[in-house]
Structure formats: C-alpha cells, structure tokens
Design a protein around this ligand. Sequence first.
Ligand code: IMP
Ligand code: MG
Length: 179
Amino acid sequence: MKQVRLKDKEFRVSIPAEKIQETVLQMANKINADYAGKDVPLFISILNGSFMFTADLFKHIDFICEVTFLKLTSYKGTSTTGSVRQLIGVNEAIAGRDVIVLEDIVDTGITIEQILGQLKSFEPASVKVASLLFKPEAYQKDFEIDYTGMEIPNDFIVGYGLDYDGLGRNLADIYTLIS
Ligand code: IMP
Ligand code: MG
C-alpha cells in the first residue's frame, strides 16, 4: 500500500489514479450528452483544488465552450472554517449563459451554496454543479449535485489537487488520512 507523509500526518492511497481517470471520463460523457448543441456553455472551476479535475475533464469535453476560474477558500488544516472568502471574481459574461461549476469535492456544501448564491445574481440561463467527489455524511445542505463522480466516507483526503495545508496537490492518486 502506497503511503505519504505530509508534515505531521500520514496518508494511505484510497483512490488510484486509474479509477479517478475513469470517473472523470464518465462525468465528461454525461456532460457532453446534456450540453450538445447548447450555445457556448461556461465552465467555472473553483480553485485551488479543482485545477487537476478541470484540466482532465476539459480534455474530454467535445462541445464549444469556455472555462474560467474562481478562487475561494474555506479549509484550514484538515477541517472547514465554515466561512468562505471570495478572492478572485469572475469577469466573463454570465447573464443568459449555461454555467457548469466544477468542484473537486463537496463536503459540508457551504462553499458550493455560497457560489451558487453569488452566481444567481448574474442571471445565468442555467447552473449545474459537477463535483468529482462528494462526502454524503458531511453534507449539510439539501440541493442536488448534478454530476457527482464518487461518493466517499467522511475522512480527510489529499491528492489530485486536494491539499493538506497546501501540500499533496501534485499526487496523481487520492490518499486518505490514517494518523
Ligand atoms: P465545503 O464548503 O465544506 O463543502 O468544502 C469544500 C472545499 O473544502 C472543497 O472545495 C475543498 O477544497 C475543501 N475540502 C473538503 N474536503 C476536503 C478534504 O478531505 N481534503 C482536502 N480538502 C477538502
Ligand atoms: Mg475546492
């Protein structure tokens, strides 16, 4: 079993890279089917965590589209702070557009709820959410996530864009905290 140590914590592989890639492709296939023929949908990728997911998913998207990036943060160490700061705004025109928000993971749902609230005021034609990972046990909201790659237990993970205090984002596999 592959393990990594980041600062004071030990992590063990829980989702191998091949499984992640398979899941990303399945998500892209669904999105391709749903958005075929739509007028230039806009993907909004939530940084930092979603950069790898966005890059891999985007390579499989087969319709004419745009992508932009929004930088937010709610985590400090291994637990959510509950408050979300918006650090970089979206400059692209959103009114009347079909928008797909790309998240690495939906945990409590605080971040995505805040994003959806902010997006609504720009009057998009539609907004859907695609999240590679979802922690059902941690989720505190009741709106549906439109595209979910994998449901995972309520454990802290790193890798594939996800970090522990900024570290571990470069790992191709996803690792779960063991101690
Ligand atoms: P939420 O607001 O609680 O849904 O948290 C969403 C954000 O917290 C995600 O976009 C991630 O950046 C981060 N996050 C949630 N769970 C984890 C985890 O297990 N490891 C690393 N980051 C996480
Ligand atoms: Mg994130």
